[in-house]
Design a binder for this molecule. Structure first.
Ligand SMILES: Nc1ncnc2c1ncn2[C@@H]1O[C@H](COP(=O)(O)OP(=O)(O)OP(=O)(O)O)[C@@H](O)[C@H]1O
Ligand SMILES: [Mg+2]
Length: 254
């Protein structure tokens, strides 16, 4: 069975003090296994983005524990957080966060700077990622010259370009028509089938057919949590699968 990669225990995010005190997350508990495709739903303001930002190491909880790949990451240094994030996590933001004075190609190549890939490799990988989302003709455009849907697809290409094992996506299909939305979901599906873990926020119940688990949030807590695929049936990471295949081949040959 795939190992647990994310464990959140008693996570709390508080804003303000005294009369203005409010909680975006309240004693939030969640364990995620490698290979899960989780969809998070819930009304506006219930804490979905806050949760993704904390899991993605972009924000810190006020209280509670966060274990990522067995490492307690709740209180590690900002530099270490940035390093882990660059290596392991791809993030699709609710508002894209593309940088307008860079071309689309340079935007998508950016995560590879942080893991020290040479420039030619960066541009080639970025170009391949853009092609997956049918944006190869827009490589040299700037974000403001693209439609909302195209910007969203570019933002997803940027999130997957470094081949991260965890993809966090905040409404990645929110601005897309159904055709473009299908392209994105099929792409996420194939990334998931490679054994990666996806946590995606959506308001569209029709998309939950792609998920292995659907979590409904309410007021900073989990309201319902339903697994539609059993833990032992989650896709395995590719390296493991290859090892297994090699092993059975060896057995056959003996
Ligand atoms: N910087 C901040 N200061 C104070 N309150 C904040 C801050 N950021 C978020 N909040 C509050 O935390 C709560 C959760 O916000 P969050 O953005 O996580 O909601 P959400 O579920 O993603 O909503 P949406 O579906 O509208 O994107 C909200 O009530 C919000 O007002
Ligand atoms: Mg949000």
């Amino acid at each position: 069975m795939n190992e647990e990669i994310i464990e959140l225990k008693g996570l709390t995010k508080r804003y303000g003090y005294g009369d203005t005190e409010s909680f975006a997350l309240k004693d939030f508990n969640l364990t995620i296994r490698r290979g899960e495709f989780i969809m998070i739903m819930g009304p506006s303001g219930c804490g979905k983005t806050t949760l993704l930002n904390i899991i993605g190491l972009l924000d810190r909880a006020t209280d509670g524990e966060y274990t990522l790949n067995g490492e307690n990451v709740a209180s590690i240094s900002t530099t270490r957080r940035a390093k882990i994030r660059a290596k392991k996590i791809g993030f699709v933001f609710q508002n894209f966060n593309l940088i307008d004075n860079l071309s689309i190609l340079e935007n998508v190549a950016l995560p590879l700077v942080y893991i020290n890939r040479p420039r030619t490799v960066r541009l080639q990988n970025a170009s391949d990622a853009l092609a997956r989302f049918h944006l190869q003709e827009k490589e040299y455009y700037h974000p403001s010259q693209l439609s909302g849907g195209q910007q969203q697809r570019a933002a997803i290409a940027r999130a997957i370009v470094s081949d991260p094992e965890i993809i966090l996506a905040d409404e990645p299909t929110g601005n897309l028509d159904s055709r473009a939305s299908n392209v994105v979901m099929e792409e996420l599906k194939s990334i998931h089938e490679e054994g990666n873990t996806i946590i995606m926020v959506t308001h569209n119940p029709a998309l939950t057919t792609y998920a292995t688990r659907v979590i409904n949030m309410l007021d900073g807590q989990i309201d319902t949590d339903i697994k539609t695929v059993a833990d032992h049936n989650l896709p395995q990471p590719i390296e493991k699968r290859n090892k297994k295949r090699k092993r059975s081949r060896r057995r056959r040959n003996n």
